[in-house]
Design a binder for this molecule. Structure first.
Ligand SMILES: Nc1ncnc2c1ncn2[C@@H]1O[C@H](COP(=O)(O)OP(=O)(O)OP(=O)(O)O)[C@@H](O)[C@H]1O
Length: 305
């Protein structure tokens, strides 16, 4: 029989192990906004693990908490409770100085509004040089040129944002986000203002940056096409991760997408709304453990109270 000390040691080890190797970790993340005495729980115990070098999409209905999550991960906003760690840095206990360093060199950010990403009076090259801060030396100029080339906008180097298309501006914005060699790129609806062809270019540029530079990339999107092209899509509902779609290539070269519900460490999972309404499930369900699955049934009429 195990002693209490053994059990405590085991529990401690399991806790340390959760997400220990993850590049991005959220554990039971909570963000409550208080406005005029009303509390809005935007994140309600969200768990998330992302490995180094992954390219993932986050999808979810409007108001599900996607932007709140991205603001936390980028160090712009501080969560109310829980644990959030990016590239080994704890986002709840960072000093102001660490936060600044984190925002300057650990994460790169791309906003939906093309105009918010670039300074209008600077050329593409000058925009990319800006985060590097020091007077542009030769190495910096070479890096700016390399990044613009990698993202397919080398020909825009000397143009100002007003002289570029929306898609070109977003690709330059990716170069700006990559300028200081961040470990993580966060993009909030980067193709939200673009048509589908241009979106594909921008998304291709993000994929290339992910593949060639190994930078962990998280894209919040409504765009179903974007969600089709990543290894993993994480669905958020009511401030929690609710589903994951994993894509893999089959032996014959086809792409197989499999959707899973997310089971948290407390054993909670969210049933898809359409499944629940199809069987009129509300409040209570019956569960039965079978040899290789768990059955879920609507409560019998007599069970309702
Ligand atoms: N600064 C704020 N003050 C008060 N409530 C907020 C604030 N920001 C977000 N919320 C609320 O938190 C919830 C989650 O919002 P969030 O913007 O994260 O959702 P979203 O999934 O990004 O939505 P969208 O797709 O529309 O951008 C919503 O109910 C929203 O009204």
């Amino acid at each position: 029989m195990q002693s209490l000390a053994d059990l405590e040691a085991q529990a401690g080890a399991a806790k340390a192990a959760f997400g220990a190797a993850a590049h991005i970790l959220c554990d039971n993340l909570v963000r409550i906004y208080k406005t005029e005495g009303v509390e809005v729980v935007a994140l309600q115990g969200l768990d998330l693990l992302i490995d180094k070098g992954e390219l993932i999409a986050i999808v979810g209905a409007s108001g599900s908490g996607k932007s709140t999550l991205l603001n936390v991960l980028s160090g712009l906003d501080v969560p109310t409770a829980g644990l959030a760690r990016v590239a080994g840095m704890d986002l709840l206990s960072m000093t102001a100085r660490d936060r600044l360093r984190f925002r300057r060199s650990v994460v790169g950010f791309i906003w939906q509004q093309t105009a918010r990403n670039l300074l209008p009076y600077l050329t593409a090259q000058e925009n990319v040089l800006l985060p590097m801060r020091l007077a542009a030396n030769k190495a910096h100029r070479a890096r700016a040129a390399e990044l613009l080339d990698l993202l397919g906008v080398a020909d825009c180097a000397g143009r100002r944002p007003g002289e570029m298309s929306g898609g070109q501006q977003q690709r330059v914005a990716i170069a700006v986000a990559l300028a200081n060699s961040p470990e993580v790129i966060l993009a909030d609806e980067p193709t939200g203002e673009l048509d589908s062809d241009t979106s594909e270019d921008v998304f291709g540029a993000l994929r290339r940056a992910n593949r060639e530079l190994g930078v962990t990339t998280v894209i919040v999107t409504h765009d179903p096409m974007v969600a089709d092209q990543v290894d993993r899509t994480i669905g958020i509902r009511d401030g929690r991760t609710s589903s994951e779609t994993l894509r893999r290539t089959s032996e014959d070269g086809g792409v197989i997408a499999e959707e899973y519900a997310v089971l948290d460490r407390a054993g909670r999972l969210q049933l898809p709304r359409d499944f629940m309404s199809a069987l009129e499930m509300e409040r209570r369900v019956r569960l039965e453990l079978e040899r290789d699955h768990i059955g879920v049934w609507p409560a019998n009429q007599g069970d309702e109270q």
